[in-house]
Design a protein around this ligand. Structure first.
Ligand code: CO
Length: 145
């Protein structure tokens, strides 16, 4: 069902501080750093192999990530798995008793369609499903040729 780990998201109030470790000491390349106003976060993405580490900093104190930081401090916020068809994956997971976070499918950064699985169903870890549409396009293209 899951192709690869798309990203691991780490909540932080200090992206510069995080980069001084993950980029400067660990040597992981920063591929993007941007403010996503509509999502209320600043995100720095570091690529390692097929996956990314995303540092997520909340822009306002009422966001879910801000609450996470207040309650738990810095740390891993969620793990995102790539899926090719998010509706189909959700259907399959629901049928197997996995609880989907109530707001369902929404737009993540760069317009990717995402959904979250409830930590109660995943041994305490918030899991994101992240639809990678290029796979769909490649597949459709392959079928047509
Ligand atoms: Co994410």
């Amino acid at each position: 069902m899951f192709k690869t780990i798309d990203h691991i998201a780490i909540a932080t109030d200090d992206i510069d501080g995080a980069l001084s470790v993950y980029r400067d000491i660990f040597g992981i390349a920063v591929t993007d750093r941007r403010v996503f106003k509509e999502l209320g976060v600043e995100v720095a993405s570091l690529r390692i192999g097929e996956s990314c580490i995303e540092f997520v900093k909340p822009l306002d104190k009422d966001s879910k990530v801000a609450k996470f930081l207040q309650e738990r401090g810095e740390g891993i916020h969620h793990i995102a798995f790539q899926v090719e068809d998010i509706e189909k994956s959700i259907e399959e997971l629901k049928a197997k008793g996995i609880q989907i976070v109530s707001d369902g499918i929404k737009k993540g950064i760069e317009g990717k369609r995402i959904a979250f699985l409830h930590p109660k169903s995943c041994h305490g870890v918030l899991i994101e499903l992240c639809e990678i549409q290029t796979h769909l396009f490649e597949k459709k293209h392959d079928r047509g040729t």
